[in-house]
Ligand binder design. Sequence first.
Ligand code: NAD
Length: 284
Amino acid sequence: MRTIAVVGAGTMGQGIAQVAATTGFTVFLHDASGDALRAALDGIRRRLESAVQKGKMTGEERDATLVRIQPAPSLEAAVRHGDLVIEAVPEKLDLKVEVFRALDAAAPPRALLATNTSSLSVGRIAAATRRPENVIGMHFFNPVPAMPLVEVIRAERTAPSAVEAALDVARRMGKEAIVVRDSPGFATSRLGVLLGLEAMRMLEEGVASPEDIDKAMTLGYRHPMGPLRLTDLVGLDVRLAIAEYLHRELRSEAFRPPGILRRMVADGKLGRKTGQGFYRWEPE
Ligand code: NAD
């Protein structure tokens, strides 16, 4: 595998493209919006420049990395030569199904098609193609250059050779991979969201203040960030949507969204992006 097409150049797509190019892959980057594609290339350039300023990369390495990233005006042009396509469009099943149908038609038959979904069923996305054995989940984390994990999601019909290929790419991108069966919330979201929901229930019951609940995990368990602060960063609306999905799919009361979460979302207290969540945030 030498060539990776990245479809969707938002927060995740540009991070994936940057890391892939930095680690030697040729990258074709596509977005349905020309503005988003331009912004992604600017963002990558800025971050690489900052890496040079900090002495983490030489000027030659920066230039070589940028040469390896080719903007692609159409999905077809992006995936025509791809050994691997990584899809990073918004988290909507209908949209991903539509994109995978188009990828299946345009990408070489041997190409592996990966989705960066953080929660949706990889099997349902794979069913939109004529090559479900070559469809897999590659779940990167934000910010991609800094986060070491890739969750590789094996759907029911994913071939073992596809899993091996995804693990190999993740390793070459400098990441550590785990293999997870296609199940709601995979390993990361299922555990991470549960901790956040329990912290909210504890807050509702007056067990402790938000600061002290978070300190319980940062100081007592060495988590880098407490579950309420993390919910503020992710966005309470995003967390509510995932909790509703997991509650429905896993049929577990542990994922029933607590009243406080529903009320705060209804009040527009979505966390850092609105200035108020479990904490007050200054504008960025
Ligand atoms: P985003 O909104 O920042 O970017 C999505 C991009 O896709 C946009 O630039 C949009 O113009 C583009 N797009 C929309 N429809 C398209 C189409 N048909 N073809 C090509 N491009 C299209 O979203 P994001 O935060 O980067 O999330 C992308 C995926 O990654 C989602 O599945 C999300 O769940 C997952 N994810 C996000 C995070 C995170 O922290 N943001 C972390 C892990 C996984």
